[in-house]
Design a protein around this ligand. Structure first.
Ligand code: GH3
Ligand code: MG
Ligand code: MG
Ligand code: MG
Length: 324
C-alpha cells in the first residue's frame, strides 16, 4: 500500500472538519454531444468549475480515467449510444469507481434515471437545467468526493503504518506474524518447499556506541536496502526487531535458501556502509540462520526455532557467517 498524494490530515481532524468553504475550484468533465447543451453548461459553470468537454462517450470514458476529475456530468441525449452504459463502465473501472456522476436527463426519462441510480449515479438534473441548482448539487458532490478521498487516504496510511516498519520500509513483525502461518499452510497443502532466514547484525551495539543511534539507524536502512535487493518480490522480508530481520521464501528449498543467505552475507561484508553525511564509513557484518520446512510434522514455531538455533550457531561460530 502506498499512501496517496493527498495530504494526510489524520482521521480525527478529518472527521471534525467542515468542508463548506475554501476548497479549490472543482475539475469537472461534461460528456455531451449536443453543441447547444454544452454551451449552456459551459456558461453556467464559467465561474464555478474548471470544465472539460468530451462530445464522444468513448473519448469521455477514456478522459475520465486519465484525469483526476471531481465530478462527471453525463447527458442522456446521445444518438445511438446509451449513456447508462457509460455510467456502468465508469463504476467498473478502478480509476473512476468513486468519481461522482451526475446525469443530465430530459423530462419523461424517469425510468432511465431510476436505472442510473441503481447503477450508482450520484445525482441527476432534469432539463431545462437551472444554474443555481446545478452549482449547488455539484458543490455537494465535490465536497463529498474530496472528503471521501481524504478519508480513504487516511485509512490507507493507517493500515500501512500498522504493517510497515517506519525506519526501513520493510514489513514489520506484526505483518509477519499474521502471514507466516498462511505461507506455511499453503506450502504444506501444495507440497512445496518453504524456507526462512533470520539475520542479526554483528556487534551492532558497538556501532550504536561509536556512531550514535542515528548512525545505527543509517546502517539499518542500508542493510534493509541490500536485503531487499537480494530477495525476490514474492519473498516476505520483515524487520523482526531492532537489528534482526526475517525473510520468508516460498517455493525455496534449503539449498537455494542457503545460497540466498550467503549472497546477502557477502553483499553486507563486501562494501562498507556510509554513516552520517560527512563521508564516514564502517564495516558491517551479519550472521544468518536458515531453516526449511520438513516433510512430515512441522510447525511455524518449530521452523522459526530451527532458524533461531542456526543463527545462534552462526554467532558462536565466529559471526559473519551462514548456518543452515
Ligand atoms: P551480536 O553480534 O551478538 O548480535 O551483538 P549485538 O551488539 O548486535 O547484540 P544485540 O543483538 O544484543 O544488540 C542489538 C542492539 O540493537 C541493541 C539495541 O540498542 C540496538 N537497537 C535496537 N533497535 C534499534 C534501532 O531501531 N536503532 C538503532 N540504532 N539501534 C537499535
Ligand atoms: Mg539482535
Ligand atoms: Mg543478539
Ligand atoms: Mg546483533
Amino acid at each position: 500500500l502506498r499512501a496517496s498524494t493527498t495530504r494526510n490530515i489524520g482521521i480525527e481532524e478529518l472527521l471534525s472538519r467542515d468542508f463548506a468553504t475554501g476548497d479549490a475550484k472543482p475539475k469537472v468533465l461534461l460528456i455531451d454531444e449536443r453543441r447547444s447543451s454544452v454551451e449552456r453548461i459551459q456558461k453556467m459553470l464559467r465561474n464555478n468549475a474548471e470544465l472539460d468537454v468530451a462530445t464522444d462517450p468513448n473519448a469521455g470514458l477514456f478522459q475520465a480515467a486519465e484525469t483526476p476529475y471531481d465530478c462527471v456530468l453525463i447527458s442522456t441525449a446521445f444518438s445511438g449510444f446509451d449513456a447508462l452504459r457509460l455510467c456502468s463502465q465508469l463504476r467498473s473501472l478502478d480509476r473512476t469507481r468513486f468519481l461522482p456522476i451526475m446525469l443530465l436527463a430530459d423530462e419523461g426519462e424517469e425510468g432511465r434515471i431510476l436505472r442510473g441510480l441503481e447503477l450508482g449515479i450520484n445525482d441527476y438534473l432534469i432539463r431545462p437545467i437551472d444554474q443555481h441548482e446545478l452549482t449547488a448539487r455539484l458543490r455537494t458532490q465535490v465536497r463529498r468526493k474530496r472528503y471521501n478521498d481524504q478519508l480513504r487516504a487516511s485509512v490507507a496510511q493507517t493500515i500501512e503504518m500498522a504493517v510497515i516498519d517506519g525506519l526501513t520500509g520493510l514489513h514489520n513483525r506484526r505483518y509477519l506474524d499474521s502471514h507466516l502461518q498462511t505461507l506455511f499452510d499453503r506450502a504444506v497443502a501444495r507440497r512445496r518447499p518453504l524456507s526462512v532466514m533470520i539475520t542479526d547484525l554483528d556487534r551492532f551495539k558497538s556501532i550504536n556506541d561509536t556512531y550514535g543511534h542515528d548512525g545505527g539507524d543509517d546502517v539499518l536502512r542500508e542493510f534493509a536496502r541490500r536485503l531487499r535487493k537480494n530477495v525476490r518480490g514474492i519473498d516476505l522480508a520483515c524487520r523482526f526487531g531492532g537489528e534482526e530481520f526475517v525473510v520468508v521464501m516460498p517455493d525455496t528449498d534449503g539449498a537455494v535458501a542457503e545460497k540466498v543467505a550467503e549472497r546477502i552475507r557477502a553483499e553486507i561484508a563486501q562494501a562498507p556502509f556510509a554513516v552520517g553525511n560527512d563521508g564516514k564509513t564502517i564495516e558491517v557484518t551479519v550472521s544468518v540462520g536458515v531453516s526449511s520446512l520438513l516433510k512430515g510434522t512441522d510447525s511455524v514455531a518449530a521452523l522459526m526455532k530451527r532458524a533461531d538455533l542456526a543463527l545462534y550457531e552462526a554467532k558462536s561460530g565466529g559471526r559473519n557467517r551462514v548456518v543452515a
